[in-house]
Write a protein that binds this ligand. Structure first.
Ligand SMILES: [Cu+2]
Length: 329
């Protein structure tokens, strides 16, 4: 059970500045708080004032006590809130002082408080970082799926648009002293919806794309932007590794005496492959090879083919299943 002394008093409209000055009533009350902290049974002190711009100001001073005995003892000894107010009589509205001794409604008020406090102390510190993490993952996954699905030009435009959007929202939020919660929530919901929708669309598109691309042409599929891929030209030759454990062609023709680039596009699930050119099928003399990497990945190798003739290529990881002939002419 908690006992509360509630003191209500009015300060004259013309005296509010006087109350706030360094030696004034409010400063005295503030000082009184540190005195009370030494007092047995004392729990808390709250000073509130009415927010009217004009007229007398109502001041409410609450002191909270753990038992009625402490409260009574406090009221009968000086200094206490009443004695402090009496010392500042000149700024008080005559007969405005009221003192109420009250007790809190323990059973009715407490449990709800305790539950709310538990939410605030336990749930929020967990939920906020988890929420931020989930949102970050959604941003990373959603955006990467979307960027991979659209063409390079569209991806650039989209990225610029998103960056501009983030700037605009940040500018909007920063330029206002306070932004209502529902507006922030709307931004978050909108961003989440767009990202989720975009990612689902990209995944669905991608699956359809893969289903159609049973016999992929020499076009490089949009994979990791990390590997620099040579622009298609006269001296760039493409091979692809396709499901399952196969090259898309068993023959490749290269020009002699000209530097060429062979771009190996691994589209075979998540399987490791490379493209390696040897003088013959004993694979003892290597001419050129791409790095082994797990699909989806593209790696390329630039070299000058040997003199005209028939040579042997294979995947070094699957030298039995994945072989072919390179014709240099
Ligand atoms: Cu292989």
């Amino acid at each position: 059970m908690e006992y509360i002394q509630t003191v209500l008093v009015q300060i004259q409209a013309t005296m509010t500045d006087e109350a706030s000055r360094p030696q004034g009533l409010l400063a005295a009350l503030d000082e009184h708080r540190s005195f009370l902290e030494q007092h047995p049974g004392f729990q808390d002190m709250r000073v509130t004032r009415s927010i009217n711009a004009e007229g007398n100001v109502l001041l409410v001073i609450e002191t909270h006590w753990s038992d009625d005995h402490s409260l009574v003892e406090y009221e009968t000894q000086e200094p206490n809130v009443m004695s402090i107010i009496n010392r500042h009589q000149e700024i008080i509205v005559a007969d405005s002082l009221q003192v109420l001794d009250m007790e809190s409604l323990g059973a009715a008020g407490r449990p709800a408080d305790a539950a709310a406090e538990a939410t605030e102390r336990l749930a929020l510190p967990l939920l906020i970082p988890l929420g931020i993490m989930a949102f970050s993952l959604l941003v990373i996954y959603g955006l990467s799926r979307i960027y991979l699905e659209v063409s390079n030009e569209v991806a650039t435009g989209l990225a610029a648009g998103i960056a501009l959007g983030i700037l605009l929202v940040a500018w909007y939020v920063a330029s206002r002293p306070s932004v209502p919660g529902w507006q922030i929530a709307s931004f978050a919901v909108l961003a989440t919806a767009l990202l989720t929708g975009g990612a689902i669309f990209a995944v669905v598109e991608d699956d359809e794309g893969e289903a159609v691309e049973e016999t992929p042409a020499a076009t490089a599929s949009p994979a990791d932007g990390e590997t620099p891929v040579a622009p298609p030209g006269d001296n760039v030759f493409a091979v692809a590794m396709i499901p399952t454990l196969a090259f898309d062609t068993d023959e490749i023709t290269l020009p002699a005496d000209t530097e060429v680039t062979v771009s190996a596009d691994n589209q075979d699930g998540a399987i490791l492959h490379n493209w390696a050119l040897y003088t013959d099928d004993t694979a003892s003399d290597l001419i050129a090879k791409t790095e082994i990497c797990a699909a989806p990945c593209i790696d390329e190798v630039t070299f000058t083919p040997p003199p005209p003739g028939e040579y042997f290529f294979r995947c070094d990881v699957h030298p039995v299943q994945m072989v072919g002939t390179a014709i240099v002419e």
